[in-house]
Design a protein around this ligand. Sequence first.
Ligand SMILES: Nc1ncnc2c1ncn2[C@@H]1O[C@H](COP(=O)(O)OP(=O)(O)OP(=O)(O)O)[C@@H](O)[C@H]1O
Length: 274
Amino acid sequence: MTFILKTEGLNKVYRLGGFMRSKSIQALNDVNITVESDNPVVIAVVGESGSGKTTLAKTLLRLETPTSGRAIVYDQVVAGQGAIPSRKDFLGLVQPIFQNPFEAFSRYRPVDAYLHETARRVAGMDTVRSENAVAEALKSVGLNYEDVCGKYTAQFSGGELQRISVARALIPDPKLIIADEPVSMIDASRRMIIINLFKRLRDEAGRSFVYITHDLATAYYISDYVAVMNKGRVVEFGPARKVMSDPQHDYTRLLLGSIPTTKTRWRPRLRAAG
Ligand SMILES: Nc1ncnc2c1ncn2[C@@H]1O[C@H](COP(=O)(O)OP(=O)(O)OP(=O)(O)O)[C@@H](O)[C@H]1O
């Protein structure tokens, strides 16, 4: 079996202020998650604002260096001591999708230029291979190359742009995609298109995802595993169905009970399970 994601005692402390008035924030506190599987998975990371979700994503993406501990993705150390040194190798293994697709691309540059750049710089492709890879990636997110080529961000909806972000992430053929709140800036009516796309990419293209979200309903719908974070710690972790239907930790129960829009849907499930 493969360690799709394993974090070992991951800590991240931010130090703020000057010498006299320094303050430290423990954004990650001994985070230990192990997902070992032969099949691709979606791992949701949920928790309220400030619980450390984005810090975990940034650490896995090497945008932050852990204070201590390490992270392993598909059996390779990606963060902390012994991490694979090459940025190119890393980006061929792990790719990000960020919250705001309008910030992922400049409005002054055609979006396909970013996809070609990823194909050339990250995946090392020549022009012909790059054309094919971009067209293929766009096709896999349900878009036509001809409909995207030469267009700017203003000519797309948020949902379409986020699908283009997903296409860009797919070009280097990564095993794990880390998506930090990927649907929170998208119209509610279009969110499920992205969520179902992740599901299809897991089932048909063998990609794994770390899905960071406030939205427990989509986490329940899409995830194989759920990590619940509170104040930098993972307070509960396990198979999604188990965590969501039979939460062991008070904070998980609180979180599940505090979803106003889905309350009526969740309650019967929780009662039935309990
Ligand atoms: N660069 C930074 N410098 C100092 N403190 C930071 C930094 N980034 C995050 N923090 C702090 O670390 C803690 C965890 O923040 P983080 O952004 O990881 O939480 P989150 O769960 O992703 O929140 P949200 O859902 O609001 O995005 C917070 O207290 C935050 O203020």
